[in-house]
Design a protein around this ligand. Structure first.
Ligand code: DLL
Length: 433
C-alpha cells in the first residue's frame, strides 16, 4: 500500500504553500532552460522573481499541443539529453507525435502517483495485476507497470490484445486486478463465455480503467461482465501518463494529485478561469516534473472540479468523469454531441451492447448522424418487426437526450470492430468530401 497521508489529506492552505514553493522553482527552471517559455514570459514582461504564488497562474500564458509540435522533438526539455532516461510519445492522428521525456526522478514521481492510484483501488502486494494497456510509446502499459511494482503487486506485463491468452492467464494465474481501457474490458468480458470459461474461475476484484471517456452506464456493464469493482484512472502523456488522478472507493470523482499537478478549469472560448463546479476545459501546470514541465497545458478534456473534502478523508480536488474531449465533440446541425451521451442512452437499454459507432456525413449541405448499434445476442431477431420496434425505441431515447434526430442502424452481435486500446467511436466523413 502506497499513499501519502500528509499530502493527500493535507489542509488546503498547507498544500498551497507546498505548491507555491514548487511552482516558483519550476518557473525558474523553465525560464532559464527553455527559450520557448522564456520568450512567452518576456512577452508579458515577467521574470522569475516576479512569480511567487499559484494565484498568479491566471495571468500566465497557456501551452498547447501545437506548441509541443512546434518544439518537436526535444525543444521543451529543461535538462540535457544525458539526464533523460525515458522517452514516450503519443501517436496523434495527424501530424507529428507529441514527445515526452522523463528524468530518473520523473519516473520515480510517476511510479509514486500510480502507486497512490492503485492504493485507492485497494491494490496491495498480495494482488496479481494483469496490465493489458499497450506497452511501448503509449504511457499506459509502462505507467501502470511501474506503479504496481512499487506497491509490490505481482505484475503480468501482457500488454493489449491477444484476448484468448488474456483470459487463459487470468484464470491460470488467478489475476485479481486488470488494467486496460474500458472498451477492451467490455470485450474481455463478453469473450469469457465464448472461450468456454466459467465466471467462477475468474478472480478479478478490481479494474483500473481509463485512457478514454466512459460513462457510469459502462461502469455497470463492465462490473457485471467481469465481476469486479471498476475504477476510473485518468492521465495524459504530456502531463506524465496515467496517474494524474484516480477514483477512491467512494467514486465521486477522481482525486488529482495536486502536489504535482495543479488543475484549473477554463472557458475554452474566453480562456477565463471558471470557479469550482463549472464545466469547462481542464488545464494543468506541473510543479515537480524535471524533464518537461508544463505551464498551463490545455488538455481539451471537458469536466468539472470539486473541492469539498471526500468521505475518504482526502482533500485533493476531485474531477468529474470527463464528458469527452472538445475535439471529439461533434457539431451536428448546430447541436453539440459527445459520444459519451450516446453511450449513456444505449447502455441504459438492456437490448444493446457497449459497442457502437457514430458516423457523420453531409448530404446537400445537411449533416446526418448515423448511430451503428450492436444488438445483444439475446435480443437479436430475424423478425423485422422486433428489430423495427427496437430501432424506434433507440431513436426516441437518442432524440430526447440529444435534441437531435439520428439514423439508427442495428447491426448483428460481434460486427463492430473491437479495440484493444482506445476505441474508435466516431467516423466523421464530412471533411473528406
Ligand atoms: O491515455 C494515459 C492513460 C493511460 C490514462 C492509461 C489512463 C490509463 P494519452 O494517450 O496521452 O494518455 O491520452 C490522453 O486520453 O487527454 C483524455 O482525453 C483521455 N483520457 C485518459 N484517461 C481518461 C479517463 C493516456 N479516465 C487523453 N477518462 C486525455 C476520460 C481519458 N478520458
Amino acid at each position: 500500500m502506497i499513499w501519502n497521508e500528509y499530502i493527500e489529506c493535507a489542509d488546503r492552505q498547507k498544500l498551497k504553500e507546498i505548491q507555491n514553493r514548487r511552482f516558483v522553482k519550476m518557473i525558474e527552471r523553465m525560464y532559464y532552460n527553455v527559450p520557448f517559455y522564456r520568450k512567452k514570459l518576456q512577452e508579458i514582461g515577467l521574470e522569475p522573481g516576479d512569480i511567487k504564488s499559484i494565484d498568479q497562474l491566471k495571468d500566465l500564458p497557456f501551452t498547447t499541443k501545437q506548441d509541443l509540435r512546434d518544439n518537436y522533438p526535444f525543444g521543451l526539455f529543461t535538462v540535457p539529453q544525458s539526464e533523460i532516461v525515458r522517452i514516450h510519445a503519443s501517436s496523434g492522428t495527424t501530424g507529428k507525435p507529441t514527445v515526452v521525456g522523463y528524468t530518473r526522478n520523473d519516473i520515480q514521481m510517476w511510479s509514486e502517483v500510480v502507486a497512490r492510484s492503485l492504493t485507492m483501488a485497494a491494490v496491495t502486494k498480495n494482488d496479481i495485476i494483469q496490465v493489458a494497456y499497450g506497452y511501448g510509446l503509449f504511457t499506459g502499459g509502462m505507467g501502470l507497470h511501474y506503479g504496481a511494482e512499487k506497491i509490490g503487486a505481482s505484475v503480468i506485463p501482457i500488454s493489449g490484445g491477444n484476448t484468448k491468452k488474456q483470459l487463459q492467464l487470468m484464470v491460470d494465474f488467478g489475476s485479481t486486478v486488470i488494467a486496460c481501457t474500458p472498451s477492451y474490458a467490455a470485450f474481455l468480458g463478453e469473450s469469457i463465455e465464448k472461450e468456454g470459461i466459467l465466471k467462477s474461475d475468474i478472480k478479478l476484484k478490481a479494474g483500473i480503467f481509463g485512457a478514454e471517456p466512459w460513462t457510469e452506464e459502462m461502469r455497470v456493464q463492465v462490473e457485471k461482465l467481469l465481476g469486479l469493482k471498476a475504477f476510473d484512472i485518468y492521465g495524459l502523456s504530456e502531463v506524465i501518463g496515467p496517474g494524474v488522478s484516480m477514483e477512491c472507493e467512494h467514486q465521486c470523482g477522481s482525486h488529482i494529485f495536486e502536489d504535482h499537478f495543479i488543475p484549473e478549469i477554463i472557458d475554452p472560448n474566453t480562456l477565463e478561469v471558471l470557479p469550482y463546479g463549472e464545466l469547462g476545459e481542464l488545464v494543468f501546470t506541473t510543479v515537480t516534473k524535471e524533464a518537461m514541465p508544463l505551464l498551463r497545458y490545455r488538455t481539451r478534456d471537458l469536466t468539472r472540479l470539486h473541492v469539498e473534502r471526500c468521505a475518504c478523508g482526502r482533500t485533493m480536488v476531485r474531477m468529474e468523469k470527463c464528458l469527452g474531449r472538445s475535439d471529439d465533440m461533434l457539431i451536428i446541425r448546430g447541436v453539440n454531441v459527445f459520444p459519451s451521451q450516446v453511450e449513456s442512452v444505449l447502455l441504459e437499454m438492456s437490448e444493446t451492447t457497449p459497442h457502437y459507432q457514430l458516423i457523420v456525413s453531409r448530404e446537400n449541405n445537411l449533416d446526418n448522424l448515423e448511430i451503428r448499434v450492436e444488438v445483444d445476442d439475446q435480443f437479436w431477431s430475424d423478425e423485422i418487426k422486433v428489430l423495427e420496434g427496437l430501432k424506434k425505441k433507440i431513436s426516441h431515447n437518442i432524440s430526447s437526450m440529444l435534441g437531435l434526430s439520428a439514423t439508427i442502424k442495428l447491426v448483428e452481435p460481434n460486427t463492430i470492430e473491437r479495440s484493444e486500446g482506445k476505441a474508435k467511436r466516431v467516423i466523421d466523413n464530412r471533411n473528406m468530401k
